[in-house]
Design a protein around this ligand. Structure first.
Ligand code: ATP
Ligand code: MG
Length: 673
């Protein structure tokens, strides 16, 4: 407790009513949460299993759990719930299956699966010409669920043509999900709230179960999440939420920074603590952040200071083109690491869009600089991983028609579309799932005997795996599943090159290793649900929230989008592509929504502890053509006295730019030799 400042201590020690900690970046908000959990357990004697902390990503949850474990005496944190909102929702649904109309082993559909279902409903066999419309409807449904709007309400509220279309599809879509014993991502929050509204006794049970609730990154909660917290903590308001309105960067996904404001109205007894000392960054970095964000309108006034010294100027480097930009970053980073005796993991390179990482990755690879991309192209969106996940989903939930359709012919089993249509008609008449009816005796009347035989064989085989999985050894069963269907052979046959095939096979076994690790952990946690079932639920969620994010503390440069960097900190930060149309993003300029982009800039700047470097490519290829870029308006908004311009100021000089890039590479090579 001694290392906390007085305001932080006040926030930690206040547990008698609702508390909001509203403070800027790096002021110790997350630290307050971990300290408070430790204090509640050790000093207040609240059992760990009665405390739930909610964070934004699985990675953050993992870190928080570790920090608490380090703070409390051995074993005292057992049972503590630290999870994302969606994982908390999942936990509630799993314990209240019946009341929610679900059966055990229910599937959580990802975006692609939900879209497939919607496509079915909207297009009803028409060609796939109107995929944009499907996407728009999907967005509408998601927005409604995030705001707890029911299908009936949606129908009465809908105004635009799109909304009317979406509202019409909404209840059919929900019915379809329930028929497959499935929920979508947004249901994980909406369904618990509905359940609590309809069944006060169940709500009461959960209120009793969770005696204290803590929420990090509160500015990015949506309407449904707000309501979930409110219901669980009524009437006393035993919660601590921490947030920073200037770091709200998920409005496009339904987050409502107004929730901070709303909180004061809903909880008149709300205590607000503001933290002002930043313990992360040097004075210059902080000044840069404060100056930029001052251009946004503010509901809450905050000020932030640091006594970590003034520090080095913020560097702004303008390079010839995207090649020059990544060359320069790689060279500069390499140089600094040696010069200052740093580790690779002390560096982070942040960018606005995932596509920016590709060229950077190639550059780093060519220089043998180890790196790790977080939240990049999803591990789980790779076709081999989706295949295997669908097998696993079908193992735990035989009603999962989507999973069935994906894998019935992967690897090829010669089950054609005509057979599948007949199967669907058969299943529809009996009101059963596709997989269920595969072994029906009468099926051979509805289709050629050979086709029926293939389906039966498939079901018998997978049933035997299921049996093995739940009776004996899940991991063993998963491994057998992969080898018995000769998935490797199938991948190699279909890969465009042997190298790509091998990589894909490697990914499959990587997933198996992850499952193994998670199964081991599951044994420690033991929350009652079947092991494989729980692990698959977690994997699907991991996919949707942050994609691949293995527990990996090896020494690597960290690459990630600005969005993914929220809450994290690094000694040395590079921000790439600080240009108009990238940051701020073109779509935001067109929508006149610069404020959210400015917050993104603020998030990026405040990740840095010691040095910050912004880079810009003067030209960039767009549709195969070189286009001149303009430096981001946010660079103009920075305190100019604290900047050091590199490669700019003088009129454009391509020769000099390429000389610079070459010099840094030459430098690098010399160092390597
Ligand atoms: P963000 O808004 O980016 O999420 P935050 O407000 O959650 O930031 P933390 O991540 O909790 O801030 O803390 C920032 C850094 O300051 C961490 O390295 C943390 O260990 C350190 N820190 C927090 N409080 C103190 C303190 N009282 N004394 C020294 N260091 C502290
Ligand atoms: Mg934080």
């Amino acid at each position: 407790m001694t290392s906390l400042n007085p305001r932080q201590r006040e926030a930690v020690l206040y547990a008698d009513g609702p508390l909001l900690v509203l403070a800027g970046a790096g002021s110790g908000k997350t630290s307050v949460i971990t300290r408070k959990i430790a204090w509640l357990i050790q000093e207040r004697g609240v059992p760990a299993r009665r405390i739930a902390a909610v964070t934004f990503t699985n990675k953050a949850a993992r870190e928080m759990k570790e920090r608490v474990q380090n703070l409390v005496q051995g074993g005292q944190s057992r049972g503590l719930i630290v999870s994302t909102f969606h994982n908390l929702g999942l936990r509630i649904l799993k314990s209240e299956l019946k009341a929610c109309g679900l059966r055990s082993g229910f599937s959580i559909l990802d975006q692609t699966d939900s879209r497939e279902i919607l496509k079915e409903i909207l297009l009803q066999g028409e060609s796939e010409r109107d995929l944009n419309a499907v996407e728009a409807v999907h967005k509408c449904l998601s927005d409604w669920k995030n705001e707890l709007v029911s299908p009936e309400e949606a129908v009465s509220q809908a105004q635009t043509e799109e909304e009317v279309r979406a509202a019409m599809a909404y209840s059919g879509y929900n019915r379809m999900l329930r028929a497959c014993n499935a929920v979508d991502f947004d249901d994980l929050i909406m369904m618990p709230v509905q359940l609590f509204r309809e069944q006060p006794r169940i709500l009461e049970k959960w209120r009793h179960r969770l005696q204290y609730l803590l929420v990090d990154e509160y500015q990015d909660t949506n309407g449904a999440q707000y309501e979930l917290v409110r219901m669980l903590t009524l009437p006393e308001g035993r919660f601590t939420v921490v947030g920073d309105d200037d770091q709200s960067i998920y409005a496009w996904r339904g987050a409502r920074p107004e929730n901070l404001d709303q909180l004061q109205q809903d909880w008149p007894a709300l205590k607000v603590v503001k933290l002002e000392q930043n313990y992360r960054s040097t004075g210059r970095i902080l000044k840069a952040a404060n100056t930029v964000i001052a251009n946004n309108p503010h509901v809450f006034e905050k000020s932030l200071w640091s006594d970590y010294g003034y520090g080095e100027p913020v560097r702004v480097a303008a390079l010839r083109d995207e090649d020059g930009e990544t060359d320069w970053i790689a060279g500069d980073l390499f140089h600094r690491r040696l010069q200052r005796g740093l580790h690779w993991k002390d560096f982070a390179i942040l960018y606005r869009g995932n596509f920016q990482s590709r060229i950077l990755e190639m550059k780093l690879q060519s220089l043998s600089i180890p790196y790790k991309v977080s939240g990049g192209t999803s591990f789980f969106s790779r076709s081999e991983i989706k295949d295997l996940m669908c097998y696993l989903r079908l193992l735990v939930n035989p009603d999962d028609d989507n999973a069935f359709l994906r894998i019935i012919n992967t690897p090829r089993r010669e089950v054609g579309p005509a057979t599948l249509e007949k199967l669907a008609a058969w299943a529809g008449k009996r009101d059963q799932g596709l997989y269920h009816v595969c072994a029906d005796l009468g099926l051979s009347e509805a289709m050629p005997a050979k086709a029926a035989e293939k389906l039966r064989e498939f079901k018998q085989w997978l049933d035997s795996k299921r049996e093995h999985c739940f009776r004996h050894n899940s991991l063993q069963a998963v491994k057998e599943l992969i080898t018995e269907m000769d998935y490797e052979g199938w991948v190699m046959q279909n890969a465009s090159s042997p190298r790509i095939g091998e990589k894909r096979i490697e990914n499959v076994w990587q997933l198996v290793r992850n499952i193994e690790r998670m199964l081991e952990k599951q044994e420690e946690e033991d929350d009652g649900s079947s092991d494989l079932e729980a692990v698959i639920g977690k994997l699907v969620l991991m996919d949707m929230l942050e994609q691949q994010d293995e527990e990996d503390d090896s020494d690597r440069v960290q690459l990630m989008t600005l969005h993914a960097s929220k809450g994290l900190e690094f000694p040395h930060v590079y921000m790439m592509g600080v240009e108009e149309e990238l940051l701020p993003h073109r779509a935001s300029i067109e929508d006149d929504n610069i404020v959210e982009e400015r917050r993104l800039m603020y998030v990026g700047i405040t990740r840095a502890r010691e040095t910050l470097t912004l880079t810009q490519a003067r030209t960039r290829k767009q549709y195969g053509e070189k286009v001149d870029t303009t430096p981001s308006r946010f660079i103009d908004e920075l305190p100019q006295d604290d900047l050091e311009y590199i490669g700019e100021g003088a009129p454009r000089n391509e020769e000099r730019d390429s000389e610079m890039a070459e010099a840094s590479l030459a430098n690098l090579k010399a160092l390597l030799e």
